[in-house]
Structures are given as structure tokens and as C-alpha cells.
Design a binder for this molecule. Structure first.
Ligand SMILES: *Cc1c(COP(=O)(O)O)cnc(C)c1O
Length: 381
């Protein structure tokens, strides 16, 4: 079992022992009977500590990224918080990009900084800025990389940043939510930890909120496991089942998302009223070469700046029929969003603010021609 598509279907997915059910039952149980005091069967005692349905998802996630372990959580932010609490102490430093997911910036600036963590925000695509931010770094320093970024699809060079981070003794973390493990393998590029909002491409069907941490190091993995158990932001058995079910089709979905987004990006470049298209699959995108090197495909996310300014952008976002106006991304259905008032409303007026003529698309797996036609009719309006 070596190729990704095979592992996505089979890793951690043993048929049920007693019945032979190809899909094991969802273990909807809080507790497990013991054969005498302390006589646990298969190590299971209480479902915050361990649950077979969650374990099979975690085995799958660790396998897909080539990690030593993975832990799944109730949301992407719960996963990020557990990792940060495992890695940081008062006096520690976090260096992150000026265009990371807004909730990640909020988590660190509002919840970790008050406990004595220093936050330094840089342009991750400028290695000199990153080098300067890592100078005099304390022992506990996290270099937090997100690529591609939301919503302007900036690309950071994971291998170069891992080398830079390790040179300064930092832990290198990659938020791989936009790419998914199918398109990008951060651990093999030198990163130490991968985090996900599994709500997005891994779940893939807009029906479950979840998160995960995948680690290359046993010692840090044990700390994250302790936080999962000790703070308790676990994924429920049903959420774990839905996420596992989604992952089985990840490879085929990501291929189709990438093909459709490329077709949409190319159509939009040529469309009237469009000032700029942000998609790493376009040859003139600033990060195109790095993306082509470190990704298997360019993914399903893109953004478009309209020449008619904020009013045109709002009108466009409200005029599509197939693309549903909604937050989130990564599902089989296409979504459209207006970042400055939706996903990025909380960072308005800060260094993370998004231009007000930008509209973000999460391109689904529908027919590419239908998607392009929908965007063209919306642009005409
Ligand atoms: C959605 C998202 C998160 C947060 O995940 P939740 O599941 O919403 O908590 C983190 N990073 C990125 C890149 C995201 O898109």
C-alpha cells in the first residue's frame, strides 16, 4: 500500500472483527466494560481518552501525511490551540504570516498573547522578513506557515522556510487546509507539524466541523495527545466517521477541484470587469513556480478582484446561482464569498485586511462549463 489514493481508502480501515462488516460500526459509546478492575479490553476505558472510530481516523490522517501520529479535534481551531499549548510556554514567540486564516491570528493574539506569548507578523513570502523575525528567538518558537493563503492565494516556500526555521531552533508548523495532504506534503518538505481544518477538503461535503494535528516527532505528539485527553476538545465518533468517509474520495475530488478551478481562473482572466485573478495555477501568479514545485496540483480555491470596485464585487457575489453565497470552503458544491465582510470581517482595518473589491470562490466538483456560465452571467449583472 504505497500510493496515496490507495492509502486514502484503506489506511486504518480494517473490517469489523466480530461481524466482518466492511465498514466498521460507528462506536457511539462513552464508556467500555472492564473484565475486573483495571481490566480494559483493547485499551479502551472512556471515549474522551480513546474511541475506535476516532482512532481509525487518526491512523488514516497520520498515514496520509507520513507522520508518527495524528490527533483529531472538534474543530480546526481546537486542533491549533492544542498544538500551540503543547509547544509554547510564557516567553515563547510565534512568527506568522500577515495573511493567515483570521481565526488563527485571533487565537494567538487574543488567547495566547495575554499568557505571555509574543506574536510577530511578517510577509511569509519575504524570507528576509522571516529571518529578521526569528532573530534572538527564544527556545520555544513556532514558525506558523499557511500556503496557499486565504484569500489572495499567496504561496510560501515550505522547504526554504523549514530550513530557516530549523536554523533558528523553531518548530515549523504548516496549516495545510487549502491544499490537503493529496496536493501538498509538508512533512516531506521538512516541516515538523501539519494542522488541518478537516471541515474543508478532508471532510469535503460541508457536513462536519473538525480539525487535526499531524506530527513528525513522538515527544511533541505525546504532549498533543495529553492535551486532547486533558482539555477534551475531541472529535465525536460521528464526526470522525463523516471525516473518514470524506477522505476516501479525497484524491479524486482534489483532481476535479483543481481542473475546475483552472478552467474558471482562465475564463475569468478573459472576462470583462475582472481586474485580476489570484490562482496559483496561472503562469503569471507570483507563487506559480514554487507552487508547481511543492504541490501536485493547484487546488480549488481562487479569488478575483473586480475593476468596478467594492460595489461591483458585492453585486457579483450576490448574483451567482450555482455558487452559493456562504462562508467556508472545500466542499463538493461551489461557494462564493465576500471576504472583507464575511470570512475576514474580524480583521478589517488591521494588517490582515482584504481589499474590498475581492471575491473568493471555492470551486466545487460540478460541471466546469456550468460553473463558468454561472460566473459569466453574474459578471454581466
Ligand atoms: C477554516 C480554517 C481554519 C479553522 O478551522 P475550523 O474548523 O473552522 O475551526 C483554520 N485554517 C484555515 C486555513 C481554514 O480555512
Amino acid at each position: 500500500m504505497t500510493e496515496f489514493s490507495t492509502r486514502a481508502v484503506h489506511a486504518g480501515q480494517e473490517p469489523d472483527g466480530p461481524t466482518g462488516a466492511v465498514i466498521p460500526p460507528i462506536h457511539l459509546t462513552s464508556t467500555y466494560v472492564q473484565d475486573g478492575i483495571g481490566g480494559m479490553r483493547n485499551g479502551y476505558e472512556y471515549s474522551r481518552a480513546g474511541n475506535p472510530t476516532r482512532d481509525s481516523l487518526q491512523t488514516l490522517l497520520a498515514d496520509l501525511d507520513g507522520g508518527v501520529a495524528a490527533y483529531s479535534f472538534a474543530s480546526g481551531l481546537a486542533a491549533e490551540d492544542a498544538l500551540l499549548r503543547a509547544a509554547l510556554v510564557p516567553g515563547a514567540r510565534v512568527v506568522m504570516g500577515n495573511d493567515v486564516y483570521g481565526g488563527t491570528h485571533r487565537l494567538v493574539s487574543r488567547l495566547h498573547v495575554p499568557w505571555g506569548v509574543e506574536l510577530v507578523v511578517v510577509d511569509m513570502s519575504d524570507l528576509d522578513q522571516v529571518r529578521a523575525a526569528l532573530e534572538g528567538a527564544p527556545d520555544q518558537t513556532v514558525l506558523w506557515v499557511e500556503t496557499p493563503t486565504n484569500p489572495l492565494m499567496k504561496i510560501a516556500d515550505i522547504a526554504a522556510l523549514a530550513e530557516l526555521g530549523h536554523g533558528a531552533g523553531a518548530l515549523v508548523v504548516v496549516d495545510n487546509t487549502f491544499a490537503s495532504p493529496y496536493l501538498q506534503q509538508p512533512l516531506s518538505l521538512g516541516a515538523d507539524v501539519v494542522v488541518y481544518s478537516t471541515t474543508k477538503y478532508l471532510g469535503g461535503h460541508s457536513d462536519v466541523v473538525g480539525g487535526a494535528v499531524v506530527l513528525a516527532d513522538e515527544e511533541l505528539a505525546a504532549k498533543v495527545q495529553f492535551l486532547q485527553f486533558g482539555a477534551g476538545a475531541i472529535s465525536s465518533p460521528f464526526d470522525a466517521f463523516l471525516t473518514t468517509r470524506g477522505i476516501k474520495t479525497l484524491a479524486v475530488r482534489m483532481e476535479r477541484h483543481s481542473q475546475n478551478a483552472q478552467a474558471v481562473a482562465e475564463a475569468l482572466v478573459a472576462a470583462p470587469g475582472v481586474e485580476r485573478v489570484y490562482y496559483p495555477g496561472l503562469a503569471d501568479h507570483p507563487g506559480h513556480d514554487v507552487a508547481a514545485r511543492q504541490m501536485r496540483g493547484f487546488g480549488g480555491m481562487l479569488s478575483v478582484a473586480l475593476s468596478g470596485g467594492p460595489a461591483a464585487a458585492r453585486r457579483f457575489a450576490e448574483s451567482t446561482e450555482l455558487f452559493a453565497l456562504a462562508e467556508s470552503l472545500g466542499g463538493v458544491e461551489s461557494l462564493i464569498g465576500y471576504p472583507s465582510e464575511m470570512t475576514h470581517a474580524s480583521v478589517k482595518g488591521t494588517e490582515l485586511a482584504v481589499p474590498e473589491n475581492v471575491v473568493r470562490l471555492s470551486v466545487g466538483i460540478e460541471d466546469a462549463g456550468d460553473l463558468v456560465a454561472d460566473l459569466q452571467q453574474a459578471l454581466q449583472r
